[in-house]
Design a protein around this ligand. Structure first.
Ligand code: ADP
Ligand code: MG
Length: 699
């Protein structure tokens, strides 16, 4: 069949002109196999030569066309000989142009008073913004620049592929797209696409590859143009479809119906020294309803640090136990699993329930005994780290899996957990908890396979933490502050941080600090915990701190999650500039858990870089995890915050669920509609955007 009558997803790229074996290999590296794939390889940006920018509006990193008049030109003899040309504009702003390679004639041409038009990337120079080796145009050519060439697409590339090759390939793909109406199926049905009032798929693709001369440049560069929005919508829709399909597939296997009579839950609630907040109550009801249904629960519970997720999870656990099932509670660190064990003993021992604990420190006979308790069903609730998911751990009747403080997890991990609990035709319910709150629309976009519950309220009586930044030149004052606080009966944390991920170095830093503080603070009772201290030695220290028998706990970031000592009201964080916002917020959340005013001192090492200064300013200003997550997303973008890359999570090529927030709900509704009414469109739509990505292909 002639190429121009074939659907584009059937045409292999090697049928195009200019594609030889080497180029084929390069394209494959980018997972471009068919002409359809090529067409969906969109420019990542455009060079804008349509209009000159004012010198005063340039920012570092911009690629811009500028007009100016030469004010000064000199040959500088530094480490490298260079030609420096200072241009200015009517508004009196200036820009340095710097050339390292130039002929005498070129230097000669840079005479003061001459107008100059340049195109280049703006960088921060020693004294001012500058462009290194801009393209320089003769003023008389100015009007000769064809506007059509002015907005040049730049394609994401791979080694050995020039932009000019991309353009030549895309030209062929666009010609085939236009050759026949059937070249590219639009899998999105009319009733979903029309209300969005966005261009057709073919039109959007053609537009983005070859923007017309009068295209609104800014909208293209900022990706707010309707053509871009149409494709971003399609991509989000494809992700929703993939995740929904995965979820439906999982839901084909029933979960046990965990109704329970409420007896254990009532007794726990009566024993608590507080009442649940309305938010805890509401979220608890959502979970209870899920557990009582044979559809496996897959719920993400978000709640700020200290919002009281543990008690909500414990109520869910008791519901499972009432129904005769076991519960696995998984924590990301040994220390947090110990903390949970401690709380659960306090809450569940009086109810006559046995709490199991599977830890890396259990060896030999002890470990066998624990495995036996899990296998026999004697242990109702079993706490542990990911060691819980090793395959020699066999539960008698696992009804519910709870995963605590899971900040970063991708589709892979979720799939693996699902596989773990599946036995004899049933699958356990799943509750995942996180203190990294993300906006609902973003959660909907990236966790479309999960239901979402949010505890959006802190227990009453908490006083917001006051956070201040102090340079480490004032360390003595900070130490004095610790002394006074402890003398007044308060407890404090001193957190040592290091950039290196090395446990050994972290541990060393904490040991040195503990030693130094013991010397400067005679009379204070000081404890030390870090990742290198064995659980058996760490536990008594934590217990003593909890019981108020220690005044000051020196620690590494191992205490980041889960440590809960309500009387601690002062935290010092050394070198906070080394940590990210979310981590700092987590750490700080160890204080402010009781009614007294709490303080967090960020003992930084000057000078601070701009990014670190921003982070610390946000932390001082904001106390809510939601506000901090929001700021973090703006600073770093969704991919970084969610750790999607590392976690093998769904990655978007074009869409940014923050920028395209207004389309998320429509994509979700659209996915449900397509699954129901257009099932045969689902697979090709997913393949178009996600290819055969392993995590989705398994369904
Ligand atoms: P997180 O959501 O960070 O895991 P925790 O579950 O550790 O928070 O709860 C923090 C502290 O608040 C604990 O000491 C817990 O017992 C207490 N707490 C939980 N719910 C309430 C409530 N409704 N009123 C008062 N204190 C509560
Ligand atoms: Mg917690």
């Amino acid at each position: 069949m002639p190429l121009d009558q074939m659907p584009l997803d059937q045409i292999q790229v090697d049928r195009l002109k200019r594609v030889g074996p080497r180029m084929l290999e390069r394209l494959q590296r980018l997972r471009i196999e068919t002409v359809q794939d090529l067409l969906f390889h969109l420019p990542s940006r455009y060079q804008d030569r349509t209009r000159p920018r004012r010198l005063g509006e340039l920012r570092v990193g911009d690629e811009a066309l500028v007009d100016g008049v030469i004010a000064d030109a000199q040959i500088a003899f530094g480490r490298r000989r260079s030609l420096k040309v200072w241009i200015t504009d009517d508004a009196g702003n200036g820009l340095m142009l710097r050339f390292f390679h130039f002929s005498p004639a070129q230097a000669e041409a840079m005479r003061p008073g001459r107008p100059l038009r340049c195109y280049g990337e703006v960088r921060q120079g020693p004294q001012s913004l500058e462009m290194v080796h801009p393209e320089v145009q003769q003023p008389q050519d100015q009007d000769a620049v064809a506007v059509g060439e002015a907005l040049t697409p730049i394609y994401p590339s791979t080694e050995g592929m020039q932009q000019i090759s991309w353009r030549a390939l895309i030209d062929q793909a666009l010609a085939l797209l236009n050759a026949s109406a059937g070249a590219l199926r639009d899998w999105v049905p009319e009733e979903i696409a029309r209300p969005l009032r966005l261009p057709s798929l073919a039109h959007a693709l053609a537009y983005l590859h070859r923007p017309p001369a009068d295209a609104p440049v800014q909208a293209l560069i900022e990706r707010t143009h309707p053509a871009f929005q149409r494709l971003a919508f399609d991509e989000m829709l494809a992700h929703q479809l993939a995740l929904r399909r995965m979820r439906n597939f999982r839901r084909n296997v029933p979960a046990p119906v965990l109704e329970g009579d409420g007896a254990l839950r009532t007794r726990l609630l009566q024993s608590l020294p507080f009442r649940l907040t309305d938010a805890q109550q509401r979220v608890g009801d959502e979970i209870a309803a899920d557990l009582a249904s044979p559809l496996p629960m897959m719920r993400l519970l978000q709640g700020d640090v200290g919002s009281g997720k543990t008690v909500v999870a414990t109520l869910a656990a008791l519901q499972a136990v009432e129904a005769g099932y076991q519960v696995a509670l998984m924590a990301p660190t040994e220390l947090l699993s110990e903390q949970h064990l401690y709380s659960l003993h306090g809450w569940l021992d009086p109810l006559g329930l046995q709490v199991g604990w599977l830890s890396g420190r259990h060896k030999g006979a002890e470990r066998d005994a624990m495995l036996q308790q899990i296998a026999s069903g004697a242990a109702s609730v079993v706490v542990g780290t990911h060691a819980l998911f090793q395959h020699e751990v066999v539960f008698s009747r696992l009804g519910l899996t709870i995963i605590d403080e899971q900040h970063r997890f991708g589709v892979h991990q979720r799939m693996r957990l699902r596989d773990k609990g599946e036995r004899e035709g049933t699958t356990p319910h799943q509750l995942i908890m996180t203190a990294t709150p993300i906006p609902r629309s973003l959660a909907m976009a990236v966790y479309a396979d999960l239901d979402l519950s949010v505890i959006d309220q802190l227990p009453a009586g908490r006083t917001p933490i006051t956070t201040v930044a102090v340079p480490d030149s004032r360390r003595d004052e900070v130490i004095e502050r610790v002394r006074q606080a402890c003398a007044g009966g308060r407890q404090a944390y001193w957190v040592c941080t290091l950039v290196e991920e090395s446990d050994a170095l972290q541990a060393q830093a904490a040991e040195d600090t503990a030693l130094a503080l013991t010397e400067s603070l005679p009379g204070l009772r000081i404890g030390l915990v870090h990742g290198r201290i064995k659980a058996a030695e760490r536990e008594p220290v934590m217990a003593a701190f909890k019981a108020g028998e220690l005044d000051l706990l020196v620690a590494t970031t191992v205490i980041e999650v889960g440590v809960d000592v309500p009387d601690a009201s002062l935290m010092i964080i050394e070198n906070p500039e080394r940590l990210g916002l979310a981590q700092l917020h987590q750490l700080r959340g160890r204080v402010g858990r009781g009614p007294v005013q709490s303080f967090c001192l960020l003992l930084y090492h000057p000078p601070l870089g701009a990014a670190a200064r921003d982070r610390l300013a946000i932390l001082r200003r904001e106390t809510s995890g939601f506000a901090i997550a929001d700021a973090d997303l703006k600073l770093r973008g969704a991919g970084e915050v969610l750790g999607t890359r590392q976690a093998g999570n769904a990655q978007f090529r074009l869409a940014d669920p923050l920028r395209e927030e207004h389309l998320v709900a429509a994509a979700q509704r659209g996915a449900d509609h397509m699954l129901q009414h257009w099932p045969e469109h689902v697979a090709p739509m997913i393949r178009r955007w996600l290819g055969d990505r392993e995590e989705y292909a398994r369904v």
